[in-house]
Write a protein of this length. Structure first.
Length: 288
C-alpha cells in the first residue's frame, strides 16, 4: 500500500458507494491511487455478510470468495468509470475498526461512509466510525449518503493548536484543488452569564482572534495565493457553528484535538457532533 493512497472502507452499502465516489473525485484531482478495503469479520453464527453473499458459518470460504468477487468487481467498475485512475480492491480479515486503524498507517487518507452493513453496521451510532476517526494514523473523511456536495466553500475550524494548524493546511489544499473559497472559523468561548470579567471587550477579543487566524494563514496565502479566504472570528459553540457552516459547505475540516474552544476533540465533543450532524462530508485530521 502506498503512503499517498486513498483507502476507502467499502461494504457495498449506499453510504459506502457515496464514500467511494467522493474518494474517486479526490483522486481525480490529486492523482492518488484508490484502494477499496472490505473488512471480512468471520461470523460464529449464521448472519448477513454482504449483498449477493450467502450467510454462512465460520470458516465459510464460499462467502469469502463471494466477497472478494464483489470487491474486485466494484474496483473494476470504478476504474472503467474513471479512466486514468488506479483503483484496486482488497479483502481484510478481522474487526473492522482495528483493521482500518492498522491499514491507515500506510494510507494518505481514509474515506468512510457514515453508515454501512455487514462489517460496517451501525457506523453512525458510533462504534466503528468514531473509533477509526479518533485513532487513525491519517486524515479520515466521513461521507453520509446524500450529502456529498460539489459546490460551496471548504470550511475549517481552527484554534491555534498544532492539530488545527494541520487541519488548516489540509483545508487550504482541498480548496485549491477544487478552486473554491476557504472559510476559516475561529470560535472563542464567551464568559458565563453569571460573571463577566472586568474590562471584558468582545470586540477586542474578536479582533485578536482574527489576527491570530491571519497569522496562521500567512504561509498558506503565499503557497496558494489564488485561494479566496474568508475569516470568521466569533463567540459561541464550535460544534454548533461548524454544523451550521456545513449547510453551505462542500467539506468541513477539523483537527482531532485542540485547545480552547476545540479542546477534547479526540473524545468527540466537536468531531463526533460533526460526524453525526454535519450536512456535508467531514474531514478529521490528526498527526501521524
Amino acid at each position: 500500500m502506498s503512503s499517498d493512497e486513498i483507502l476507502v472502507g467499502y461494504d457495498a452499502s449506499a453510504d459506502a458507494a457515496v464514500a467511494l465516489d467522493w474518494a474517486l473525485d479526490e483522486a481525480g484531482r490529486s492523482g492518488r491511487p484508490v484502494r477499496l478495503a472490505y473488512v471480512f469479520e468471520w461470523l460464529t453464527v449464521a448472519g448477513w455478510i454482504g449483498p449477493g453473499v450467502a450467510p454462512g458459518i465460520w470458516p465459510d470460504e464460499t462467502a469469502r470468495r463471494q466477497v472478494e468477487d464483489l470487491v474486485r468487481k466494484a474496483a473494476a467498475d470504478a476504474a472503467v468509470e474513471r479512466p486514468g485512475l488506479t483503483v484496486r480492491g482488497e479483502v481484510f480479515d478481522g474487526p473492522p475498526a482495528l483493521v482500518l486503524q492498522e491499514r491507515s498507517t500506510e494510507a494518505g487518507m481514509l474515506v468512510l461512509g457514515s453508515r454501512g452493513h455487514g462489517g460496517f453496521a451501525g457506523l453512525l451510532a458510533g462504534s466503528t466510525v468514531v473509533s477509526v476517526t479518533a485513532h487513525a494514523h491519517c486524515p479520515v473523511v466521513v461521507v453520509r449518503n446524500g450529502q456529498a456536495a460539489t459546490s460551496g466553500p471548504v470550511v475549517v475550524g481552527v484554534d491555534g493548536s498544532e492539530t488545527s494548524l494541520r487541519a488548516l493546511g489540509f483545508a487550504v489544499e482541498r480548496a485549491a484543488q477544487r478552486d473554491v473559497p476557504l472559510r476559516v472559523l475561529r470560535v472563542w468561548e464567551p464568559p458565563g452569564e453569571r460573571w463577566v470579567p472586568p474590562g471584558f471587550d468582545p470586540e477586542q477579543i474578536t479582533a485578536a482572534e482574527r489576527a491570530a487566524a491571519e497569522a496562521d494563514l500567512a504561509p498558506w496565502r503565499k503557497t496558494f495565493p489564488d485561494v479566496p479566504v474568508e475569516i470568521r472570528a466569533t463567540p459561541g459553540s464550535p460544534a454548533a457553528l461548524l454544523v451550521e457552516a456545513s449547510r453551505e459547505a462542500q467539506l468541513v475540516v477539523v483537527g482531532t484535538r485542540g485547545r480552547g474552544g476545540l479542546r477534547g476533540m479526540l473524545l468527540g465533543s466537536v468531531s463526533q457532533q460533526l460526524i453525526h450532524h454535519a450536512l456535508c462530508p467531514v474531514a478529521v485530521v490528526r498527526e501521524r
